[in-house]
Design a protein. Structure first.
Length: 375
């Protein structure tokens, strides 16, 4: 029996998650695969974290979890516990893959990818990984040597991987944001969007509210804020805007990101790779405050990619002062032409076809092994 006889529809496993930055690129790839092959099946394997389950449940994907923990940045005791758990994690991954019978396994980042990708190779599956950041995470660095294809988001990260199987695709962005990126240039509005990542950022919440408080008497009358805070800070951030008399929409997490990007005239954000990819594809001016404790300081390196092109400005967190930040925000808002230029440069760096390129490469890889599919 040939492989063509065996396969009636594409079956793919995606693994990763723990943050929106890992999860959303995986969702973009999964949706594109199912658009091309409607009879196909996709399963996500994660760690069972709430953010993964909530986000994936809304899209109807099959979701499974294995027990595992990260290694990097852990205490010696925690690292030993993680290593002790690896054989069980590997066995769980092997069981899930045997049951689902995928022809391709794609890792999108996060420590859960390690045991799943190893299990896939032990079972003889075709494997690909996607690296979002300028400096790869530990899991991707370790498994980059044995997977079949490696997709990267930012120039420079290819030096960490074997050149013959590394492809610069860009970072997959949700299709609704790609569609939004086709719009004309922004108007000279007065909406500030604050994003700290999928779980919020306490220090950014402090800096931005403090900055706006310091300069509130100089803010334009039409100025308004959309602020994603994370669950812990939502109440006090909302109350502070009310005391300042600033029109603000505050939420722990926004599910309707196309609307948020549509309204944004300037974004203050961390420098996670997926957020930066979205900023570039949509085309919005940004002020970036990289997370200083990211592994290998990769958020700073991510941010420099846009900053050096004139598409964003960057503030180092431990050097940030509220009054200076407030004055910088006012300067950006009273100079709409500067924001338009930044937005245009950001859009010129966007990779709206990243998802399609990854799907094309995956299908091409399968074709070289004799696979074909009924769509």
């Amino acid at each position: 029996m040939t492989r063509k006889d065996k396969i009636l529809g594409l079956r793919v496993v995606l693994t990763g998650g723990g943050t929106g930055g890992h999860l959303f690129p995986g969702i973009a790839v999964a949706e594109a695969l199912l658009t091309s092959f409607p009879s196909g099946k996709v399963m996500f394997i994660g760690t069972g974290r709430h953010i993964d389950n909530k986000t994936l449940a809304q899209r109807g994907f099959q979701v499974e979890a294995i027990s595992c923990q990260g290694l990097k940045g852990k205490s010696i005791k925690a690292a030993i516990a993680s290593l002790w758990q690896l054989p069980w994690s590997l066995w769980q991954a092997i069981r899930l893959l045997r049951e689902f019978k995928p022809v391709l396994v794609i890792g999108v980042g996060g420590y859960v990818t390690g045991p799943v990708m190893l299990a896939a190779r032990l079972l003889g599956k075709l494997t690909c990984i996607h690296e979002q950041n300028s400096i790869p995470g530990l899991a991707n660095r370790l498994i980059g040597g044995f997977v079949h294809r490696i997709f990267i988001s930012l120039p420079g990260s290819e030096r960490y991987f074997p050149a013959h199987k590394t492809i610069f695709t860009g970072n997959p962005v949700r299709r609704e944001l790609v569609a939004l990126g086709a719009r004309e240039s922004l108007d000279a509005g007065m909406t500030l969007v604050v994003l700290g990542g999928s779980q919020g950022a306490h220090r950014i919440n402090q800096l931005v509210t403090g900055a706006l408080s310091a300069v509130k008497d100089s803010l334009p009358a039409s100025f308004q804020v959309i602020h994603q805070t994370g669950a812990d800070d939502e109440s006090w951030v909302r109350e502070r805007y009310e005391r300042m008399g600033i029109c603000a929409e505050v939420a722990a997490f926004f599910n309707d990101m196309p609307r948020i990007y549509q309204e944004a005239d300037l974004i203050v954000s961390r420098a996670g790779a997926t957020t930066l990819a979205e900023i570039a594809v949509v085309g919005v001016a940004a002020l970036l405050i990289p997370y200083p404790f990211a592994a290998d300081d990769h958020q700073k390196m991510n941010a420099l990619y846009l900053v050096e092109a004139g598409a964003a400005v960057m503030i180092i967190e431990n050097q940030a002062r509220e009054k200076e930040l407030g004055l910088q925000l006012i300067e950006l808002f009273v100079k709409p032409e500067l924001r338009r230029q930044m937005a245009a440069k950001a859009k010129s760096m966007g990779r709206p076809r990243a998802t399609e390129l990854i799907v094309e490469e995956c299908i091409g890889l399968l074709a070289t092994k004799g696979y074909s599919f009924v769509s």
